[in-house]
Ligand binder design. Structure first.
Ligand code: FAD
Length: 201
C-alpha cells in the first residue's frame, strides 16, 4: 500500500462529468488526480455510449442511403452488402482514438490519471485498488464524485448479454439480430398490461 503526496482535488470517474472538471481545476492551479476503474478514460459516453452509438449510426446511415436512397437520384447501385465486423472495427477505432485524446488532455494539463477502483475512506482519503498497481491511498482536500451510471435491467429480465442485452452489449453485436424486441419481452409486456387492466377493474 502506498500513500501519494496530498492532492487539492481527487475526481472519481473520468467521463464527461469527471475529466473536464479535472482539467478545469488543474487549469485553476489545483493539484488534481482523476481515478478511473474502466480500462480507458472517457466514461460511458466515449466508450459505450454517445460515441460508439453515433459511429454505428453514421455507418448505418451510409448503408441505408446506398441501399434505399440512391434510386430516386437516378443512381443505380448493385451488390451493396454489409460487413458488420468492419463496421465494428471502425467504431472501435473511433472510440480508441477519442479515449486516447482524453488521456493526452489529462496529461497535458498535469492531471494525475490513476487507474483503479476508488473507495472513499473518509472526507479526505480515497483508496484505489488497481489490477496492476495494488492498493494506493490518495489524500485530498476535496473529492469530486463523477461516477455516472450503469444500465438498469427491467425486473425479471436479467441481462445475459446474449438475448437480453444492455446498451453496452447492443453496441458490440457479432451478428445482426433479425429483431430487436423479442417475443419474450412482448409476451411479458402484454401479460403485465392484462394484469394492470384486471387490477384497474
Ligand atoms: C448508448 C448510449 C448513448 C448515449 N448517447 C448520448 C448522446 O448522444 N448524447 C448525450 O448527451 N448523452 C448520451 N448518452 C449519455 C451519456 O453517455 C452520459 O450522460 C454521460 O456518459 C454521463 O457522464 P458522467 O461523467 O456523468 O458518467 P459516466 O460517463 O458514466 O462516467 C463515470 C465514470 O466513472 C467511473 N467509475 C464509476 N465508479 C468508479 C469507482 N468507484 N472508481 C473509479 N471509477 C469509477 C466509470 O467507470 C465511468 O468511466 C448516451 C448513453 C448511452 C448508454
Amino acid at each position: 500500500m502506498t500513500t501519494d503526496k496530498p492532492f487539492d482535488l481527487v475526481v472519481i470517474g473520468s467521463g464527461p462529468g469527471g475529466y473536464p472538471a479535472a482539467v478545469k481545476a488543474a487549469g485553476l492551479g489545483m493539484n488534481v488526480a482523476c481515478i478511473e476503474k474502466a480500462p480507458r478514460p472517457g466514461g460511458v459516453c466515449l466508450n459505450v455510449g454517445c460515441i460508439p452509438s453515433k459511429a454505428l449510426l453514421d455507418s448505418s446511415e451510409i448503408y441505408a442511403t446506398m441501399k434505399h436512397g440512391l434510386a430516386a437520384h437516378g443512381i443505380q447501385v448493385t451488390d451493396v452488402s454489409l460487413d458488420l465486423t468492419a463496421m465494428m472495427a471502425r467504431k472501435n477505432q473511433v472510440v480508441a482514438s477519442l479515449t486516447e485524446q482524453v488521456k493526452k488532455l489529462l496529461a497535458a494539463n498535469r492531471v494525475t490519471f490513476v487507474s483503479g477502483t476508488a473507495k472513499i475512506l473518509d472526507a479526505h482519503h480515497v483508496e484505489v485498488t488497481g489490477e496492476d498497481t495494488g492498493v494506493r491511498i490518495l489524500e485530498s482536500r476535496f473529492i469530486l464524485l463523477a461516477t455516472g451510471s450503469a444500465p438498469a435491467a427491467i425486473p425479471g429480465l436479467t441481462f445475459d448479454e446474449d438475448r437480453i442485452v444492455s446498451s453496452t452489449a447492443a453496441l458490440s453485436f457479432s451478428e445482426l439480430p433479425k429483431t430487436l424486441v423479442g417475443k419474450i419481452l412482448k409476451r411479458i409486456l402484454v401479460e403485465e398490461e392484462i394484469t394492470r387492466q384486471k387490477a384497474a377493474k
